[in-house]
Design a protein around this ligand. Structure first.
Ligand code: AMP
Length: 180
């Protein structure tokens, strides 16, 4: 896809994503991707477009972050010919895990991944729907690196640039389709 075609596609996707004000709490504008998932043509073009950004990166595992990240990571993994790994909230995965905690507005949250999900030296792509403050993605980078994996890229459908998530991810190869 040319730069111009990519920009035209991103503008189209922007019109499909729904803004839900004051969800889950007052002052947050929630970016609802469900209308995009429900639109076969747009969803499939988007997955192909995202996968194309990482086609030559040698990725063997795609990590999806609970829960909306799963919905994007699975088709991206298939498109890249890579395996899929779920990253989940604490206590949800059945086998041995590694974990990383990150700060929330109030308190902390913990993410986990199976301890055998990424092998040392493996190239990994991290996928989620929204890059906000970057705390979640930074914790997932920590999980990958605890297992000796390499973060080859971070793919976010949406980037909320005003929250400066990239500042928590210095030196990372980040791709976002849509920016606000
Ligand atoms: P952060 O750690 O601040 O980058 O937050 C990222 C996580 O929160 C992602 O898993 C997103 O799905 C979710 N998130 C944050 N802000 C929004 C938003 N405005 N709309 C939808 N999801 C959001």
């Amino acid at each position: 896809m040319t730069q111009a075609a990519a920009e035209a596609f991103a503008s189209k996707v922007k019109t499909i994503i729904r803004d839900v004000p004051d969800f889950p709490k007052k002052g947050i504008v929630f970016k609802d991707i469900t209308p995009l998932l429900a639109d076969h043509a747009a969803f499939s073009e988007m997955i192909k477009h995202i996968a194309a950004q990482f086609k030559s990166a040698g990725i063997t595992k795609v990590l999806g972050i609970e829960a909306r990240g799963f919905l994007l990571a699975a088709p991206i993994a298939l498109e890249l010919g890579a395996g899929l790994v779920p990253v989940r909230k604490k206590g949800k995965l059945p086998y041995k895990t590694v974990s990383a905690s990150y700060a929330l507005e109030y308190g902390t949250d913990t993410l986990e991944m199976h301890a055998d999900a990424v092998k040392a030296g493996e190239k990994v792509l991290i996928v989620d729907d929204v890059l906000a403050t970057g705390g979640t993605a930074a914790a997932v980078c920590e999980l990958v690196e605890k297992l000796g994996g390499k973060v080859a890229g971070i793919s976010m459908l949406i980037e909320l640039e005003f929250l400066k998530g990239r500042s928590k991810l210095p030196g990372r190869n980040i791709h976002s389709l849509i920016k606000y």
